[in-house]
Design a protein. Structure first.
Length: 134
């Protein structure tokens, strides 16, 4: 069984990898609160949300003009899974590779305690408090 400290270290590792990847690749999230949550975690470059008032396919078409790879970081609830599948199909139809690895890793690490991107900062603070780490 994974300890809270190990879980925290693994989540921080994923967040650091995401931050590094965001320099060369956009991260697609569902909404503005998700963008804000990633900012709180230090991920400020190339984060974009779906809530732009255009169709999902048009959104993917637009991003695919500038990027050949995108990171999908939709929530890991049922709705987020459906959105991720639709995004993946739309990006691939436009010639861009959709990376879902980070989403899957965060879902596995947060288990049933967190289902969305916007809850990550609070969850990390709770784990830090629980483990007495910074």
């Amino acid at each position: 069984m994974i300890t809270p400290k190990d879980r925290l270290e693994s989540i921080i590792e994923v967040i650091e990898e995401l931050e590094e990847c965001s320099r060369d690749c956009p991260i697609v999230v569902e909404g503005i609160r998700d963008v804000e949550a990633l900012k709180q975690l230090g991920i400020v470059k190339n984060v974009t949300s779906l809530s732009k008032g255009i169709s999902l396919f048009a959104f993917c078409e637009e991003l695919s003009r500038d990027w050949d790879r995108v990171i999908l970081l939709t929530d890991w609830d049922r709705k987020g899974g459906r959105i991720a599948r639709r995004l993946k199909d739309a990006f691939e139809a436009n010639g861009a590779r959709a990376v879902e690895d980070f989403r899957a890793r965060l879902a596995a690490l947060t288990k049933k305690e967190v289902k969305d991107v916007e809850s990550l900062p609070t969850y990390i603070r709770r784990l830090r408090s629980l483990t007495g780490t910074r």
